[in-house]
Write a protein that binds this ligand. Sequence first.
Ligand SMILES: Nc1nc2c(ncn2[C@@H]2O[C@H](COP(=O)(O)OP(=O)(O)OP(=O)(O)O)[C@@H](O)[C@H]2O)c(=O)[nH]1
Ligand SMILES: [Mg+2]
Length: 379
Amino acid sequence: MRAVVAECKLPSLPSRADEAKSMAENIGYDVVDVLVQRRKSDHHSYFIGPGKVEELKEIVDAKKVETVIFANTLPSSQVFKVQQRLGGDVRVIDRNLLILEVFDKRAMTKEAKLQIKLAKLKYTLSWGREFIKLRGIMGEQVGWMGPGDYPFQEYYRAARSRISRLEAELRDLNRKKEIARARRRELGFPMVALAGYTQSGKTTLFNRLASESKRVGLGPFTTLSTFARKVRIGESLSSEFILIDSIGFIEDMHPTIVKAFTSTLGEIAHSDVILLFVDASEETHVIVRQCSSMDKILREIEADARIIVCANKIDLVGAMKLEDTIEAIRERFIGTTIIPISALTAGNLGRLFEAIAAEINDTRSAARPKPVMSRGSFN
Ligand SMILES: Nc1nc2c(ncn2[C@@H]2O[C@H](COP(=O)(O)OP(=O)(O)OP(=O)(O)O)[C@@H](O)[C@H]2O)c(=O)[nH]1
Ligand SMILES: [Mg+2]
C-alpha cells in the first residue's frame, strides 16, 4: 500500500517522521515520500499549514497514494479536514492509529488481539462524529449503518457495549493469569521481568536464558504478549526465577493504548526485579529521552520492583560512547545498578547474573524490607 508520512514538527517535540516511516515500512507500507513542516504551533484546520496540505495533495495525486500517515497525534476534526481536502479514498491516520496497526500485525495471542481491539475502539470513540464518517479507518465495522446515514447515538451505544464486552473478556483472561501468577508465587519463585524500549533486545536475552526461540528483530513491537519461563542462572536457590518477556515501550505512548495493555504491563509492575533494557548503541540524546519516557511509564503502571538497567548491545559501541550512555542513564535512574551487556554475544552476562541474584536475595531477606525505588525526578 502506497503511503506518505506527514509531520508538523513543533518546537517542543522531537521529530517522529523517521520513526513513523520505519514503523509503516515494517508492516508493509511503501512510503513514497516524507513531508515535514516546521511550525510554531499546529494549524487549527489541517494540523500542517494550508499550503503544505496542497503540496501533500499534489504528491498524493501524482504518486497514487492511498494512505497519509501523520507522525503526530491528531484531533479528529483535523484528520477529517485533511481527509476532505485530499478527497477520494485517501485514508488519513495518525501516529497512534499507526501504532495500533503495527500491534494488529504482530498480535499472536487472544489477549493481545482483544487488547488491541479495545484500544482501537476507545481511541476512535473519542474521535467522535467526524471520525466515523471516514471510511475504512477502523478496519472493522462497529455496527452503524454506513457513512452519512447513521444516528451517531446508535454508533456510540454499539461501540460502548462492544467495549464493555471486550473488557469483560479481558477481565476473565486476566483472572486466569492471576491464578497462574499466584501459583508461581506459591512455588516461591521470584519474578524477573524484562522491560524497556521496543527493539532494545529483551527477547534476545529471554531466548538465551530460557532456551527459547521467540521472534526477535521484526521491527517495533515484535513482542506483544507476555511469556514467562522458569530459568536458572547458577547453582544456588537464588539463581532460580521466573523470567517474563513482554511488550516494549515507545515514547509518548497514548494513555488509551497504555491502559488497554494494563494487564500485560501488570506482569512487569508486579514482578520482584525489572531488567530495564536500554539500547546503548542509540544516540545519547535519544537515550536521554527514552529513559525519561520509560521512567514515566514505570510510574504510570506503579511498578514497585527493584530495577537493574541493562545497557544492551555493547558489542556495537566503543568505550567512550558506552561511558556517555551510562552517564545518560545514571542521570535519570539515580542510584540504580547499571550493567553493560550484549544479549546477542552473551557479553558480561556473568555480572548481570550476579546482580540479579543479589537483588533476589535482598528482596527475599525478611530482615531487609524492599526499599522504594530511588530514581530521578519525574517530568
Ligand atoms: N548487536 C546487537 N544486536 C542485538 C543485541 N541484542 C539484540 N539485538 C538485536 O536487536 C534487535 C531487536 O531485538 P529483540 O530481542 O527483538 O528486541 P525486543 O526488545 O524484544 O523488541 P520488542 O519485542 O519489539 O519490544 C534484533 O535484531 C536483535 O538481533 C545485542 O546485544 N547486540
Ligand atoms: Mg521482544
